[in-house]
Design a protein around this ligand. Structure first.
Ligand SMILES: C[S@@+](CC[C@H](N)C(=O)[O-])C[C@H]1O[C@@H](n2cnc3c(N)ncnc32)[C@H](O)[C@@H]1O
Length: 193
């Protein structure tokens, strides 16, 4: 799966299986390894467009699923969506009103990359910190959090920061991640509250 051929194959598989993007397999793998979503969990998905994670989440829980993205998300049965910035406090309030209790926050958001490695890395970590702050603000004690990040100089600090808020924190490099990519996910369970 790590090769370019594997990458293309995953893309075709996603198309064949009706997923909006190949990213679906990353969440399925994380769920398989870490069981982050339970059947009665309310979920907030940050950076959710085009919506393949939302499709997966809809099958994993019978409770509420809300997706947030800067871009519009095409309608999906049983999923509510918000167009906006995950860092907007009004959106954070709206999520709490919509869900009441938030059990799981996932974030697959990526900023637009400039091509300047150190700038892009700093921007990604900033977005990750915003997602962590969002999760800490809205989550129920015991809740779970997943965020996409990239290995680099600022990553250890983000990891340490996440450990201050969750009892169990691990990293996961998924099989469908492109070869040569530094992408990895932080999987944090059991929010301290
Ligand atoms: C890789 S895509 C997510 C794919 C998605 N998980 C799926 O399965 O379809 C990254 C998304 O993050 C969104 N994004 C980036 N920064 C954001 C922000 N500050 N607030 C909300 N969404 C953001 C982008 O608009 C983009 O749609």
């Amino acid at each position: 799966m790590g090769s370019q051929w594997g990458y293309d194959r995953t893309h075709l598989r996603a198309k064949h299986e009706g997923y909006r993007s190949r990213a679906a397999y990353k969440l399925l793998e994380i769920q398989h390894k870490f069981a982050i979503i339970r059947p009665d969990d309310n979920i907030v998905d940050l950076g959710a467009a085009p919506g393949s994670w939302l499709q997966v989440e809809r099958t994993l829980t019978q409770a509420k699923v809300v997706g947030i993205d800067l871009n519009p998300i095409a309608a999906l049965d049983g999923v509510e969506t918000i167009e906006g910035d995950l860092n907007d406090p009004e959106i954070q309030k709206k999520v709490v009103t919509m869900l009441g209790v938030v059990n799981v926050v996932v974030c697959d958001a990526s900023p637009k990359l400039s091509g300047h490695k150190s700038y892009d890395q700093a921007r990604i970590i900033e977005l990750n910190e915003q997602a962590l702050a969002f999760a800490c603000k809205v989550s129920k004690q015991g809740g779970n959090f997943v965020v996409k990040s990239f290995q680099g100089t600022d990553f250890p600090e983000l990891y340490a920061m996440t450990k201050q808020h969750y009892y169990s924190v691990k990293t996961c490099i998924t099989r469908s991640t492109r070869k040569g990519s530094t992408e990895l996910y932080i999987v944090a369970k059991n929010f301290v509250g």
